[in-house]
Design a protein around this ligand. Structure first.
Ligand SMILES: [Zn+2]
Length: 346
C-alpha cells in the first residue's frame, strides 16, 4: 500500500479557518455579473465557499477600487469569510506589464486581505534559459522583499520552476517566514498530468507548509493534485463556463454545451436547480448567467467536499477510482500519473 502524501489540513486566517483540500473560487471584475453579486440580494460565490480569491489585475482597473482600498475587501464584497488577494503576476505577464512588488504589498494591505500572494514573474515552456533564470531570480527577490515588510498579513510565496529540481532549489532561496506557497507557471501545462505530478510531488516533499496550485481548474487535476497533497486550488471555470452558456454535468463532470438546443437537463440536487431550470439558464441577461455560474460552482464545491471527506477517512484513492467511472476519461489518466510519481519514489 502506498503511503499517501495528502492529509486533512486547516489554514487559520483572521477571518476564520479553511479546511483543506479546498477550492477557492476566483472572483473577477471583468464579467458583468460581478456588480450583480456585490449589489444584489442574490447568493454570491463567496457565500458558497470557505474563502474567495481575487487578483489585483482585476481590482486595479475596477471602478470600485477606491472603496476596496478604503473600506477593505470584506466590506466591499459583504463577506466575513477569508479573502485571498493574488498579485496578478500571471495576468500581467500575459499583458507584458509589471507592477512594483512593494506597491502590490501596499494594495494587499490596504484591501486588508487575509492571505496575500507575492508578485511574481512566471515562466513559460518556450522561454530561453537565460530569461527563465532571470525571471526566477526576480520572483525570488520580489518574494523576499515583500516578506520583510508584510507585517502581520499572511503571505504566500509564489514559487516557480520548470523541473522538480528547479522548483525545490527555488524554495531553498526563499527566506523563512512565508505562511504557505503558491505554485505558479502551471497553467500552460495544466493538461500535462505527468509534468504536474512531478512538480507537485517534489514541492510536497520539500515543505509541510500549505500549498496552493494556481490556475488548476479541471476535475482530473483537482483529484490527482489533492492526492499529491495540494491544500488549495483556485478556479473560475464555473464562471467562464457560464459565460459560454455551459452547464457542468453534476455526475459526468463534463461541460454540456449548446444548452439552447436541449429539451431538458440532467437531474441536479443543487439549490439552484431545485428552483430553476433550463429556461432560466439560457436567457441573454446577466441574471441567467449568474444562476448558471452558481450551479457550476455548487458542483465544484460538492466535489471538493467529497474529496475532503475522503481525505479525512484516508480513502481518497477509492473515491477517485469511483470517479474514474463517471465518464470523464482524463480523471483516470491524471490519477495514474499521480500514482506513478509516488510509486517511483518508493
Ligand atoms: Zn444544479
Amino acid at each position: 500500500m502506498t503511503e499517501p502524501q495528502y492529509k486533512p489540513g486547516l489554514i487559520r486566517t483572521p477571518h476564520g479557518r479553511i479546511r483543506t483540500p479546498a477550492l477557492i473560487p476566483v472572483v473577477a471584475a471583468s464579467y458583468g455579473i460581478w456588480d450583480l453579486w456585490i449589489d444584489g440580494d442574490c447568493i454570491a460565490p463567496w457565500d458558497l465557499s470557505q474563502a474567495t480569491i481575487l487578483s489585483l489585475y482585476h481590482i486595479l482597473p475596477y471602478k470600485r477600487r477606491e472603496r476596496i482600498f478604503s473600506e477593505g475587501i470584506h466590506k466591499a464584497l459583504g463577506t466575513k469569510r477569508p479573502v485571498w488577494l493574488d498579485s496578478g503576476g500571471f495576468q500581467y505577464m500575459r499583458k507584458g506589464a509589471e507592477l512594483d512588488p512593494m506597491d502590490v504589498l501596499g494594495y494587499q494591505k490596504m484591501a486588508r486581505s487575509d492571505v496575500a500572494v507575492t508578485f511574481d514573474y512566471p515562466i513559460t515552456p518556450g522561454l530561453d534559459e537565460q530569461n527563465k533564470l532571470l525571471r526566477l531570480e526576480r520572483s525570488i527577490s520580489s518574494a523576499n522583499m515583500m516578506l520583510e515588510k508584510k507585517g502581520d498579513m499572511m503571505l504566500y510565496g509564489a514559487i516557480h520552476g520548470s523541473t522538480p529540481r528547479e522548483i525545490v532549489d527555488y524554495i531553498g532561496c526563499l527566506d523563512d517566514g512565508f505562511d504557505g506557497f503558491g505554485i505558479g507557471s502551471l497553467v500552460p501545462r495544466k493538461s500535462q498530468y505527468a509534468y504536474l505530478s512531478g512538480i507537485i510531488s517534489a514541492v510536497r516533499n520539500r515543505t509541510d507548509k500549505p500549498l496552493h496550485a494556481f490556475g488548476i481548474t479541471g476535475f482530473p487535476a483537482m483529484y490527482a493534485l489533492s492526492y499529491l497533497g495540494i491544500d488549495t486550488f483556485d478556479s473560475w471555470t464555473y464562471l467562464v463556463a457560464a459565460s459560454f452558456k455551459e452547464y457542468i454535468h453534476p455526475e459526468k463532470l463534463n461541460r454540456i454545451k449548446r444548452l439552447k438546443e436541449l429539451s431538458s437537463l440532467p437531474e441536479c440536487g443543487c439549490p439552484v436547480c431545485q428552483e430553476h431550470g433550463l429556461k432560466d439558464f439560457v436567457g441573454p441577461d446577466s441574471a441567467s448567467e449568474m444562476l448558471l455560474a452558481l450551479h457550476n460552482l455548487y458542483v465544484f464545491m460538492r466535489e471538493m467536499e467529497n474529496v475532503r471527506e475522503a481525505v479525512s477517512r484516508n480513502e481518497l484513492e477509492e473515491y477517485i477510482m469511483g470517479k474514474c467511472e463517471c465518464g470523464n476519461r482524463n480523471i483516470s489518466i491524471a490519477f495514474r500519473e499521480a500514482k506513478r510519481v509516488i510509486e517511483e519514489k518508493k
